[in-house]
Design a protein around this ligand. Structure first.
Ligand code: ASP
Length: 317
């Protein structure tokens, strides 16, 4: 039986490398998406997810995460939580609850404490430096406070044919306290149905939510569209509608996979990267090139991959 894992951004690569071996040996899709997301949450230099995530305007790291099981359609999510090591694991556990499966703020934190989830101060010195730098730039150059955000969203198909999806993010850099984006919202930031496929989104949550993009992609795949076609149609349509109705559209990017392990991606930004591995394909990073009615992408070369490592390690001045 074939398997596959696809995730938003280059940051998921290490998690996918470790997980491809495990999924090929029978690990479940649910455990796989959790472990890929945890690897990103734990890595301090990925600055929009988990530890080292970008703070809100009060210099607090508020985290959102979600999990969905494609067999039972069970969903769990947390939003606006502070100081828990792995929000995705809380979301996964919540998906087992019949009631109260989406918790926010202090309620979610109480659940975390009561259920033994590990506490951790998620605000790093590096994130504080980014915060101070941005505050200065906003004041001096009038820059938009809301540049800088990414979500890790992972869709997996295991060898039993089960699918799952998980997301995790610190949301918009400099967001208002309590702001929640699309990432923990079913149908917007994520959706999966093992009978069809799954999708996950990244970009401006305020705009992604206007198109319920993840559900729409799964719906189109269910109607027989290929993953690539479903992703392109959904993103193009929302992008064009938003521009037509109000003159602009925020960043919109998605990854998706059907229950045969075929995948697709779409974006309306210049450079969206994603990581993927399947039973036929070793873990790889691709760079999408543009939006021309159909998303085009190519494999990241050595130079790009080295440049990326340099960039994330660069001193914050
Ligand atoms: N979609 C996330 C949010 O709006 C951020 C991102 O993926 O870039 O919170």
């Amino acid at each position: 039986m074939s398997w596959g894992i696809i995730a938003t951004w280059r940051m998921a690569l290490e998690g996918i490398e470790v997980s491809s071996e495990k999924i090929s040996k029978g690990m479940s899709a649910g455990d796989i998406v959790e472990s890929v997301v945890k690897a990103v949450e734990d890595y301090p230099l990925y600055k929009s997810v988990g530890y080292g995530g970008l703070p809100n305007e009060n210099c607090e790291v508020e985290l959102d995460a979600a999990f969905m099981d494609g067999n039972s359609l069970s969903i769990g999510a947390v939003a606006g939580i502070k100081d828990f090591k792995n929000p995705v694991s809380m979301a996964k556990r919540l998906s087992e609850e019949k009631y109260n499966c989406f918790l926010v703020g202090t309620g979610a934190e109480e659940y975390g404490d009561e259920n033994g989830f590990e506490r951790k101060n998620m605000l790093t010195e590096r994130a504080i430096s980014f915060y101070n730098k941005r505050k200065k730039a906003i004041k001096e150059k009038g820059l938009s406070p809301y540049d800088g955000h990414d979500t890790v969203g992972v869709v997996a198909l295991d060898i039993e044919g089960t699918m799952a999806v998980a997301t995790s993010t610190s949301g918009l850099f400099m967001k208002k306290r309590g702001r929640v984006g699309d990432s923990p919202i079913s149908g917007s930031g994520f959706y999966v149905d093992s009978n069809i496929g799954g999708a996950a989104a990244t970009g401006l949550g305020e705009d992604l939510m206007k198109g319920c993009v993840s559900y729409e992609i799964v719906r189109l795949m269910g109607e027989g569209h290929s993953p690539q076609d479903a992703a392109d149609r959904t993103i193009m349509k929302l992008n064009n509608e938003l521009i037509r109705r109000r003159g602009y559209a925020g960043d919109l990017s998605v990854v998706c996979m059907n229950n045969k392990g075929q995948w697709g991606v779409a974006t309306n930004i210049k450079e969206f990267t994603f990581s993927v591995a399947t039973s036929n394909e070793k873990p790889k990073v691709y760079i999408t090139k543009n939006l021309e009615g159909k998303t085009v992408y190519e494999e990241a070369d050595e130079e790009w991959l080295k440049g990326y490592i340099k960039k994330i390690n660069k001193k914050v001045e």
